[in-house]
Design a protein around this ligand. Structure first.
Ligand code: HEM
Length: 215
């Protein structure tokens, strides 16, 4: 079969993806440590070793990278290429709704083939919207804890999340989404790469996807 080559993801989208992915891994590992440290208090401050301060510092740096990645994604939602804008990846129109059901049936092994769609399928898009909203909450709760003296973050954090303790609890709870989501995401990407032959995994490195040329 002949395939057509399409530049699908811009450099900015790929930069966002890797900033987001690598910061999430760092934030989950350091977040788990902050929540329940696995070193003893004897280490803390003794012999110029400060594991908790070091881990918190790494968490905050990764938090800024994560926030930067989200700002890039918000920009692309409005100003990215066709595949990167929210209208394309959400089931907000008849084609998107049809694609959602086709994808569910395809992934459930009920329907063998489905119509090609260059960007995200709308099932993936819907899960990205949830991730996007959880990420916003994570940023608000993170900065609420980081700058408790700032009127801006106190205002937004207090209004949207309640007390600092609630902010911390929701921040911790949302971490579980960021532990489960990457596992399902990677599984489905590998599955897709095997069954769909559109070059999904390589596309997040080189931006290129393929469609059958008779399409
Ligand atoms: C995927 C994103 C993130 C994950 C999974 C995550 C995870 C966590 C976890 C599990 C904790 C410990 C909470 C507890 O004590 O129970 C924590 C604490 C914290 N996180 Fe995050 N976090 C993320 C993003 C952010 C962001 C964007 C910021 C903003 C800078 C941030 C700032 C903080 C702060 C300030 C604390 C409290 C540290 C302390 O008081 O010791 N986090 N994070």
């Amino acid at each position: 079969m002949q395939y057509e080559r399409h530049l699908t993801w811009s450099i900015l989208l790929r930069l966002y993806h890797w900033m987001f992915a690598l910061s999430i891994v760092t934030l989950v590992v350091t977040g788990l440590y902050i929540h329940d440290p696995w070193t003893t208090t004897v280490l803390e401050g003794g012999n110029i070793s400060y594991p908790m301060s070091d881990i918190r510092f790494i968490h905050f740096i990764a938090g800024f990278v994560f926030t930067g990645a989200m700002l890039i994604r918000i920009f692309l939602i409005f100003f990215g290429n066709r595949q990167e804008r929210f209208w394309d990846w959400l089931p907000l129109h008849p084609t998107g709704i049809k694609n959602l059901f086709q994808t569910i049936l395809h992934y459930a092994y009920v329907k063998d083939d489905m119509e090609h769609k260059l960007g995200h399928n709308t099932m993936a898009g819907t899960s990205y919207l949830i991730t996007f909203l959880v990420a916003l909450m994570q940023i608000i709760s993170g900065f609420y804890m980081l700058y408790p003296e700032s009127p801006f973050w106190m205002g937004w954090g207090g209004t949207l999340l309640g007390s600092q303790q609630w902010g911390r609890f929701l921040h911790y709870l949302a971490m579980w989404w960021f532990m489960m989501f990457p596992m399902i995401h990677i599984y489905l990407c590998v599955w897709n790469d095997v069954y769909s032959k559109e070059g999904l995994i390589s596309s997040i490195f080189n931006g290129v996807k393929y469609t059958p040329s008779n399409h």
